[in-house]
Design a protein around this ligand. Structure first.
Ligand code: FAD
Length: 407
């Protein structure tokens, strides 16, 4: 690995993790908790010390963008905002080792400087890489896996403060599970990522008749990244495609629905208005039918919801707790403004997803528990075994994690 420590950021300014009164609040404001203490270590040694010096439960928070209480704790809350950056780059292998707390938006320019980029990104880029990986965060593209699938090595700090490294070659079973691990195994300190050559993207957006949704899977195969948005009041599709291009960056100010730029600039949208979101991953072949049923439910019962339903594709992977585990996937998400009631909307659409074998996004609203989740994941027990081995005393557990994982 050449370029040791290149791009390492010491103490970047970040939004505070806790409110002035000491509360933790997630991005949408739906989740609240009161940790006894917040630790923001600046190095591996400080992280180990933080873990060793606390005898109770520990949770880790990245950017706090998850809608579910994954980061809620009344124990120690750890955040790695002060230990970020690219540690090393291997150009031959197209890999980079990064501090896990690095924000996705900081990685873009740092990796571009080495001629590299993430293979895909989601709607926003404010998440920490560890937080995004830990919940299986994804973009769109039928051949493209979630960000978790780019991980090639994980270094974490376990409950006793020791470091633990895993990869496909070393501790392979732990590695398989640790790529989507909800902060339940340890504190991820470093990630080695497999990258692709830096690329520009050409973004286009257009309106289409809702009947075009029937051809979503075929159309998605003709484009690297295709998705559509739909909401009841308009009942049309807003389709967005992103395709790699050799053309030079061009903001195309005369056409706000089109632009060309470096991938890391084109992928993210700015989401300033807060919302709550539920997303389910359904088998790809059921995606269109599932969307049609969600549309029927929303037209009949929630005709005024302005926030769009978002439909994307996701490649299958082999990660036991990944919503795309061993199946080509269509993801469908339902949003509602943070200040408006969403429980009935989410309950009614969740029932549709359940009928299609949907698996919930771990970072977005759902009300499933271990009893309902386990049958959806053929390798549920594999994760449980790894968790039992790495965290036998449940130091990284919380009430919510126990509900989710069953112990
Ligand atoms: C506006 C918005 C847009 C979004 N867009 C997308 C999208 O396009 N695609 C998609 O799939 N999802 C999307 N999400 C969901 C989001 O990507 C996930 O919830 C993600 O986990 C948030 O990252 P975070 O850094 O905020 O993690 P947090 O919410 O802070 O944490 C998530 C999980 O990761 C764990 N964790 C964090 N850091 C570590 C660490 N160092 N070690 C171990 N565990 C850790 C936490 O304990 C928790 O279990 C979006 C969410 C919002 C609010």
């Amino acid at each position: 690995m050449p370029d040791e420590n290149q791009g390492l950021m010491a103490t970047p300014a970040r939004a505070p993790i806790l409110q002035p009164d000491g509360r933790f609040e997630n991005w949408s404001g739906r989740v609240e908790a009161r940790p006894t203490r917040l630790e923001q270590p600046t190095s591996l040694a400080e992280l180990q010390q933080a873990v060793r010096s606390h005898s109770g439960n520990i949770r880790v928070v990245g950017t706090g963008h998850s809608c579910t209480p994954l980061c809620a704790t009344d124990g120690l809350l750890i955040n790695l905002d002060r230990d970020c950056g690219v540690v090393a780059v291997d150009l031959d292998k197209r890999r980079a080792t990064i501090r896990a707390g690095s924000k996705i938006h900081d990685l873009g320019p740092s990796l571009r400087a080495h001629g590299l980029a993430l293979h895909n990104q989601g709607d926003v880029d404010v998440q920490s890489m560890a937080g995004a990986v830990s919940t299986g965060t994804h973009g769109t593209g039928p051949t493209l896996g979630s960000l978790s699938t780019a991980v090639r090595r994980i270094e974490m700090v376990l409950a006793n403060g020791d470091t633990f490294s895993c990869s496909p070659e070393v501790e392979a079973e732990v590695f398989r599970c640790a790529r989507v691990s909800l902060g339940a195994l340890g504190v991820i300190h470093e990630l080695e990522l497999e990258l692709v050559p830096a690329y520009n993207l050409h973004e286009r957006e257009w309106k289409a008749d809702v009947a075009q949704a029937d051809h979503f899977l075929e159309t998605a195969k003709q484009t690297r990244h295709l998705e559509f948005f739909w909401s009841p009041p308009r009942d049309v599709l807003y389709v967005k495609s992103l395709d790699p291009t050799d053309a030079e960056p061009d903001p195309m100010p005369d056409n706000p629905r089109e632009c060309i730029g470096p991938s890391f600039e084109v992928f993210p949208s700015i989401r300033e208005e807060r919302f709550n979101e539920m997303e389910y991953a359904v088998p790809a072949e059921r995606g269109v039918e599932c969307f049609r049923e969600v549309r029927e439910v929303m037209l009949a019962r929630y005709p005024d919801v302005m926030w769009p339903v978002e439909v994307r594709t996701l490649a299958a992977d082999d990660i036991p707790l990944s919503p795309a585990f061993e199946r080509e996937t269509v993801t469908i998400s339902v949003h509602q403004a943070a200040e408006l009631p969403c429980d009935a909307l989410f309950a009614d659409t969740q029932a549709v997803f359940a009928n299609h074998g949907g698996r919930p996004h771990w970072g977005k609203f759902h009300d499933l528990d271990a009893k309902t989740l386990a049958p959806l994941y053929p390798e549920w027990e594999a994760f449980a075994r790894v968790r039992e081995r790495l965290d036998p005393e449940g130091r990284f557990a919380s009430d919510y994690l126990r509900r989710l994982l069953g112990s």
